[in-house]
Write a protein that binds this ligand. Structure first.
Ligand code: ZN
Length: 546
C-alpha cells in the first residue's frame, strides 16, 4: 500500500508526543546463544505512554486490534478497558483487544501503591469515505486471504483514479511511445510499469523508447494491446500518443551476440517492440509483442554463458526467444540501441573464491527508512533498528573482503525525509550506480490494524524477480535460525527495494517492532551482532552456492 503524507506525519507526531527515552536498564540478564535475549528490567517513573494508536489514527474497521506503549516500569500492572494486560520487565505493553465502540481506550496502571490513568482516542471517521488505516509494514500472515500490503510504494506515476471507472475505447488504436522515464531497465522502478489490470500487479517494465499499441483510456491510465489478447495498463504520463498503430505484427530481424568482460549482450532487431524478460533457473525467456518469430534457429555465437537458444511463436503476434545459460542468471539490463534494437545485457556472475567467497563482491546494504517505518512500544524507531543491524553487517562483510556501500550511515535519509518514493528510488539507483553485485535491504516488521501480533509474528524475507529468490531464501534461513521466532518464509513482494533487475535483491524483516521482546532485542548490541552475522552467512551461502 502506498504510504500517505498523513501516515508519515503520524509517525513524526508519535515521536514528538512520546519524546523522552526510557530509563536505562538496571542489569543485563544472562543471554542465550540463540534466540532473543531476555528483556532487561527497567524501574522508571510510572507514566503511561501510548505509542499506538495516536490521536491521528482513524478508528479501524475491524473487530479487534492492537494497542501498545509503555508504563515506564516493569513493576507496574496495567488494565485497558478493564482487561488485564501483561507488562514486560522494561515497562512495555502490547495488547490485542476488541475495538471499543466509542473509540476510547481507558488505561490504568498501578505500581508501588500509585495509580495513573490515561485515555487513548481514535480519530472519529468523517462522513466521507475515509482511507483505511495505513499498515506500517507488510502484513506478515494475514488472517484473511488478502495479499500482504506491501510496505514500499508501488509506482508513483500510476495512481488509480476511482472517479473515472469507465474505459473509453479509441476509435483507432494509437502508437504509445514510452517517454519521460529511464532509457534502461535496471532498477525496476524508473521505467514504465505495465499492470495486468488497472489496479493489478506490476508485470511489464519498459524503458524509454518502447512502442505499444494503445486502444483505450480509463481515468489516467492507458490501455495497451500487447499481443495475443494481452492487455497492459500504463500511466498516461509515461506514454506519448501519436500516429495510428500498425495493424499487423512485424517480423523479428537479425539477432547478434556481443560478449564483454562482465556481461554478454543479446541484440535483437525488433524495432522498439515491448517485451517481457522472464528468468527462470538456467533459462531466460524474452517475449516480443507485436512480432512474429523468425523461422531460422537462433544464432548465438560462442559465448560461454549462452549454451543455446530457440525461437517460437507464443502467439501469432508474440515471438518468444528462449535462451539457455551455462549458469543461473545473475542480473540483466534491457534497453534499445540507437537503431531501436532491443539489447538484453546478461550479467556474468562475479568470480567467487571458494575460500573467501565475499572477497571483491560489491554489496549494497540498505538500512530501511526514513521516511516512515514502524515504532516500538518504548519508542525505538525502525529506522534506528535497521541501522543498528546494518552498521555491524557492513563491518563484518568488509572484514571478509566485500566492498560495501551503505545507503545511509546516520538516521538521516539519503535524499528526502518526506518523499518515500524519491527516497526509495535514490537508494535503488545507488545500487545500480555502484554496480553492486547484491542488494540487501534491512527492515523490521509491523502489522496492519486487526492482525493479531501474537499469532502472526515471525521472520520473513522478500524478493521480486525469480533470480533473487535464492538470496531471499538463504537470508531467511540464517536469520530465522538466529531469531528463533516463527518462520514466515521467503516471499515474493512487489517492493521497490527488491525490483532491480541488475543484481539479486532481497529485503529482510527480522523481527516485529511492536512486540516488546523483539523491540528490546533490537537494542541489544550482542544480539544485533548475531543478527548481522546471520545476514552475512545468508549472503555468503548464496554466493558460494550460486
Ligand atoms: Zn520497513
Amino acid at each position: 500500500m502506498v504510504p500517505t503524507v498523513s501516515r508519515h506525519s503520524f509517525f513524526l507526531l508519535a515521536l514528538v508526543l512520546i519524546g523522552a527515552c526510557a530509563p536505562p536498564p538496571l542489569a543485563p540478564g544472562p543471554e542465550p546463544a540463540v534466540g532473543l535475549p531476555p528483556i532487561p528490567r527497567v524501574e522508571g517513573a510510572l507514566e503511561i505512554r501510548v505509542v499506538h494508536p495516536t490521536p491521528q489514527t482513524p478508528r479501524p474497521n475491524v473487530d479487534s486490534t492492537f494497542i501498545y506503549g509503555s508504563v515506564g516500569t516493569g513493576a507496574a500492572s496495567l488494565t485497558i478497558n478493564g482487561a488485564s494486560v501483561p507488562v514486560a520487565p522494561n515497562g512495555a505493553f502490547l495488547a490485542f483487544l476488541p475495538v471499543p465502540q466509542d473509540g476510547r481506550w481507558e488505561l490504568a496502571a498501578e505500581a508501588r501503591g500509585q495509580t495513573t490513568r490515561t485515555t487513548a482516542v481514535y480519530r472519529v471517521p468523517t462522513p466521507t469515505p475515509a482511507a483505511p488505516a495505513a499498515p506500517q509494514e507488510p502484513v506478515a500472515v494475514p488472517d484473511t486471504a488478502a495479499p500482504p500490503a506491501p510496505e514500499t510504494p508501488a509506482q508513483p506515476a500510476a495512481p488509480i483514479t476511482p472517479r473515472a471507472p469507465e474505459t473509453i475505447a479509441f476509435a483507432q488504436p494509437l502508437t504509445g511511445t514510452v517517454t519521460g522515464v529511464a532509457d534502461t531497465l535496471a532498477t525496476g522502478s524508473d521505467v514504465a510499469v505495465g499492470r495486468l489490470t488497472p489496479a493489478g500487479t506490476f508485470r511489464w517494465f519498459l524503458p524509454r523508447g518502447a512502442r505499444v499499441t494503445v486502444t483505450g483510456q480509463r481515468g489516467d491510465l492507458l490501455r495497451a494491446q500487447l499481443g495475443a489478447g494481452t492487455e497492459a495498463w500504463f500511466a498516461d504520463t509515461l506514454l506519448t500518443l501519436a500516429e495510428p498503430a500498425p495493424t499487423a505484427p512485424a517480423p523479428v530481424g537479425a539477432m547478434e551476440v556481443r560478449p564483454a568482460q562482465e556481461w554478454v549482450d543479446v541484440r535483437i532487431a525488433a524495432e522498439r517492440a515491448p517485451f517481457l524478460v522472464q528468468p527462470q533457473g538456467r533459462t531466460v525467456s524474452v517475449l516480443l509483442y507485436g512480432r512474429t518469430a523468425p523461422a531460422a534457429p537462433a544464432q548465438l555465437g560462442g559465448d560461454p554463458l549462452l549454451t543455446g537458444g530457440s525461437w517460437r511463436a507464443e502467439a501469432p503476434d508474440v515471438a518468444r526467444l528462449e535462451l539457455s545459460l551455462a549458469r543461473g542468471l545473475w542480473g540483466y539490463k534491457a534497453f534499445y540501441d540507437a537503431e531501436g534494437a532491443l539489447v538484453l545485457r546478461l550479467r556474468r556472475p562475479p568470480t567467487i573464491d571458494p575460500n573467501q567467497p565475499l572477497r571483491g563482491v560489491r554489496i549494497l546494504i540498505d538500512p530501511g527508512h526514513p521516511p516512515a517505518g514502524a515504532t516500538g512500544p518504548t519508542s525505538l524507531t525502525e529506522a534506528e533498528a535497521n541501522l543498528a543491524i546494518s552498521l555491524p553487517l557492513a563491518e563484518q562483510l568488509r572484514a571478509r573482503g566485500a566492498e560495501v556501500t551503505l545507503t545511509r550511515t546516520t538516521n538521516a535519509p539519503l535524499v528526502s525525509a518526506t518523499d518515500q518514493v524519491a527516497e526509495l528510488r535514490a537508494r535503488v539507483n545507488l545500487a545500480v550506480q555502484a554496480d553492486a553485485h547484491l542488494l540487501v535491504s534491512v527492515h523490521n516488521n509491523a502489522f496492519a490494524e486487526g492482525v493479531n501480533p501474537f499469532r502472526n509474528h515471525g521472520t520473513s524475507s522478500y524478493h521480486f524477480h525469480p533470480h533473487a529468490a535464492e538470496l531471499a531464501r538463504a537470508l531467511n534461513q540464517e536469520i530465522v535460525a538466529t531469531t528463533r521466532i516463527p518462520d514466515l518464509g521467503a516471499r515474493v513482494s512487489n517492493l521497490a527495494a527488491v525490483r532491480p533487475t541488475w543484481m539479486p535483491a532481497a529485503l529482510t524483516e527480522s523481527l516485529f517492532m511492536l512486540i516488546p521482546e523483539q523491540e528490546e532485542a533490537l537494542r541489544n548490541p550482542r544480539f544485533l551482532q548475531r543478527l548481522a552475522e546471520a545476514h552475512v552467512r545468508g549472503i555468503e551461502n548464496f554466493v558460494r552456492q550460486f
